[in-house]
Design a protein around this ligand. Structure first.
Ligand SMILES: Cc1ncc(COP(=O)(O)O)c(C=O)c1O
Length: 405
């Protein structure tokens, strides 16, 4: 018999956990409603326009009459092979890999989770992580277990600390390099050892490389398919053009690796979605021919912003991590106080919105994430306000009582 009350969500939707962002989003919406200007350093959406050349390529592609119908769910063959060539140029062995295009890497993370995971499967996610790995795994019905990261400032996965009983039940592990939120980059030899460790246990290594080219000590981050024996077995890389060449709204990502796994993801995409808009794919094909230049413009923009923000924070003795990549600054709250209380009070008193660290996992308590996706003069203004706020000791240890999100 049907219950005639309010419509209930599916168990999948009801099971999704909230995070610390909800309360702040509400506060931000309230402030916006009353017309208050907020400096939003919580978002990961690039603030500047993509290069003229790729916008023109998209406009020209749109003018073609023959590109407006449905397209293949895996993506245009010419774009897929161009992306594989792009990876090959940076040392990846692409002889035994498959590639599928998706509407951004987030969608592909969702499809990979749907394609591989279900009840009874364990997924390992980093102690500090982009929240969507957890949400996507929960949505697929899997059990999420957090693995520790080293506390030496390098934030390296410590799988030796995960009990064998858990490893034996694990189907998939998420890596993210450059890392959101800390900006850490995994070294090639570390990746190689980790892949051997996981492959020996038949654990799929899924490496999220959404910020692969926003790296400050080299031009791009080491990637699993370019490491060690370069075999694709049990290995998946998830790439994105959103941040690397600044076209977040175009929604273009690539899932590359073990052909069997990629074929399962294609099946999931067939059920839930369809091929991406062809002019966007054609413009991305063009972008790959000019990738070095496009990516270096983006990289240098964020390098300058990261340098300036870190310098200001260090000068004011606000503890922060100098990022090796990505476009975030990971900073400690004064006295290690509650990050949610700190962020709320910061927003209230200074109109600067940051992300509380616990939105990335309980290991983020006492930390905040600042996004560098604002112009330099706005970033300067925000950092001045943050520094002054910290110096005022507005947040005291007594605030650090409740930190559950
Ligand atoms: C670590 C990480 N992975 C993936 C994504 C998703 O990016 P997109 O779907 O635009 O490719 C994001 C977005 O912020 C991210 O921070």
């Amino acid at each position: 018999m049907k219950n005639h009350g309010a419509v209930q969500p599916s168990l999948r939707i009801a099971g999704l956990s909230e995070n610390g962002l909800t309360a702040l989003s509400e506060a931000r919406a309230r402030l916006r409603l009353d017309g208050t200007e907020v400096i939003d350093l919580s978002e990961g959406s690039p603030d500047f326009a993509p290069s003229n050349t790729i916008r023109e390529a998209l406009a020209n592609a749109c003018k073609r009459p023959d590109v407006h119908g449905y397209s293949a769910v895996q993506g245009l063959p010419s774009l897929r092979s161009a992306f594989l060539e792009h990876l090959q140029k940076r040392g990846s062995d692409v002889t035994n890999v498959e590639c599928i295009i998706g509407a951004g890497s987030k969608e592909l993370i969702g499809h990979l989770s749907q394609a591989l995971l279900g009840h009874g499967d364990v997924v390992l996610v980093p102690a500090l992580a982009y929240p969507f790995y957890r949400a996507a795994a929960q949505y697929a019905g899997a059990e999420v277990i957090v693995y520790p990261l080293t506390d030496d400032g390098n934030y390296l996965p410590e799988l030796s600390r995960v009990p064998d009983e858990i490893l034996s039940r694990t189907k998939l592990i998420w890596l993210n390099t450059p890392h959101n939120p800390t900006g850490a980059v995994l070294p090639a030899d570390f990746l190689q050892d980790l892949i051997h460790f996981c492959r020996a246990r038949q654990i799929v290594v899924a490496c999220d490389l959404a910020y692969s080219d926003i790296t400050f000590e080299r031009d791009f981050a080491p990637a699993p398919l370019a490491c060690g024996d370069r075999s694709s077995q049990f290995v998946i890389e998830v790439h994105s053009l959103s941040k690397n060449i600044n076209i977040a709204g175009w929604r273009v990502g690539f899932l590359v690796g073990d052909p069997t796994i990629v074929s399962y993801v294609a099946q999931s995409r067939t059920v839930f979605g369809g091929g991406s808009f062809v002019p966007i794919q054609l413009a991305c094909r063009f972008a790959l021919d000019h990738f070095t230049l496009l990516a270096s413009e983006v990289r240098e923009t964020y390098r300058a912003r990261a340098d300036s923000v870190v310098r200001r924070l260090e000068k004011a003795e606000v503890c922060c991590v100098r990022p090796r990549g990505s476009f975030y600054i990971w900073a400690a709250t004064p006295d290690g106080g509650c990050d949610v209380a700190f962020s709320k009070s910061l927003l209230d008193k200074t109109r600067v919105l940051v992300t509380p660290g616990s939105a990335f996992g309980t290991a983020g308590r006492g930390w905040i994430r600042l996004s560098l996706t604002r112009p330099p003069e706005i970033l300067d203004k925000a950092i001045d306000r943050l520094v002054e706020f910290c110096a005022d000791h507005s947040v005291r240890p007594k605030d650090a009582i409740v930190n559950d999100v």
